[in-house]
Design a protein around this ligand. Structure first.
Ligand SMILES: Nc1nc2c(ncn2[C@@H]2O[C@H](COP(=O)(O)OP(=O)(O)OP(=O)(O)O)[C@@H](O)[C@H]2O)c(=O)[nH]1
Ligand SMILES: [Mg+2]
Ligand SMILES: [Zn+2]
Length: 324
């Protein structure tokens, strides 16, 4: 039995990077993969598996090695967690200065998991060649102020690409974000040979066209740096976080909530003596971040029945409508 890393997969056939550097096409042994029973899909790009060789260049996957990190979303149709990218050392949330428009609320949702699991997280603003509006610059500044790492890039102009290459060297990083923000373009700019498919943004609706359809892990030519490109989505619904712990996923709320009069019982929703509400008033917490918190809290409370039924799921759903 040997170990392999999942590069990509479709219809339960997976491309594995074997320990000797060769690429093997593998099917699953059995219907449910050991270690991945509760997931919508058995394997994500970046997963490490145990496999056994069959005929030349092919094999059978036996089991999933426990993941050290996972980016996932809740798949509403399948009513289960869909694993997107696994075992990354860094999660990069790509956003764009324009086309599609900058969407901080989406960033806030992506940041929940890295914030709660202490996974290094970068907010990468792409398409800076299109100009950065004051409002966008102000929000990026606020993300830095509250402790998030940020980068500015233009995949088209090649700006910021060297800094990104240095930052992710020798690591596995996963690139996530809305369709059309330029995830695949950034990776192609990092290394010309990757040849990832890039699609136009629909001008009329200012949306991407879901060009990348499945996550793919690529190894850069240094042999050590691994990058995972993922398909874009428009909205991330949140599931399964205990509403009482949501504030802890917002660093600037976490820092202040201990001072609420109700202590840990305060949900920062108009309770008397709420220090968070006062901090929003004073501009110490950005009102838009607070709005994100309030919306996610409402969503978690609305879907609590789900959380109870499914044990301890985490978050996300895929769907085609815009974030409210
Ligand atoms: N002006 C400008 N356009 C860019 C830049 N980066 C990417 N684009 C364009 O944005 C469009 C979408 O790029 P993709 O790389 O396909 O975006 P994606 O995030 O991979 O999208 P999905 O695969 O659908 O999730 C393409 O037309 C790119 O040429 C940039 O830095 N500046
Ligand atoms: Mg893409
Ligand atoms: Zn409070």
């Amino acid at each position: 039995m040997s170990l392999g890393t999942v590069l990509s997969g479709a219809n339960n056939v997976f491309s594995l990077l074997a320990e000797d550097g060769s690429i093997v096409r593998c099917a699953l042994k059995g219907k449910k993969l050991k270690g991945a029973e509760r997931f919508y899909n058995p394997l994500a790009a970046g997963d490490v598996v145990e496999w056994e060789a069959a005929s030349a260049g092919t094999g059978m996957i036996q089991s999933l090695v426990p993941r050290k990190s996972l980016f996932w979303r809740y798949n509403e149709k399948g009513k289960a967690i869909q694993a997107i990218a696994a075992n990354m050392d860094v999660l990069v949330c790509v956003t764009s200065a324009a086309l599609p428009p900058f969407r901080p609320r989406f960033i806030d949702r992506v940041s929940l998991e890295p914030s709660s699991e202490r996974l290094p997280f970068i907010i990468a603003l792409n398409k800076t060649d299109l100009g950065i509006e004051d409002e966008v610059a102000e929000r990026m500044e606020d993300y830095r102020r509250i402790g998030f790492e940020t980068m500015e890039l233009s995949a088209d102009a090649g700006e910021g690409v060297d800094a990104l290459r240095k930052r992710i060297a020798g690591k596995t990083s996963a690139f996530v974000g809305q369709s059309g923000v330029g995830k695949s373009s950034i990776l192609n700019a990092l290394e010309a040979g990757l040849g990832l498919k890039v699609g136009e943004v629909c001008e009329k609706f200012e949306r991407g066209r879901h060009t990348t359809v499945a996550a793919v892990l690529s190894v850069l030519s240094d042999g050590e740096t691994r990058v995972i490109d993922t398909p874009g989505f428009r909205r991330l619904a949140v599931r399964g976080i205990d509403p009482a712990t949501l504030g802890a996923c917002f660093p600037e709320i976490r820092g202040i909530s201990a001072r609420c009069a109700l202590g840990a019982r305060c949900k920062h929703q108009d309770e008397p003596g709420c220090a968070v509400a006062a901090a929003v008033e004073d501009g110490l917490i950005h009102e838009d971040r607070y709005e994100s918190y309030a919306r996610i809290l409402a969503e978690l409370e609305d879907t609590r029945a789900y959380a109870k039924k499914a044990g301890k799921p985490r978050r996300y759903e895929e769907d085609d409508y815009e974030d409210a």
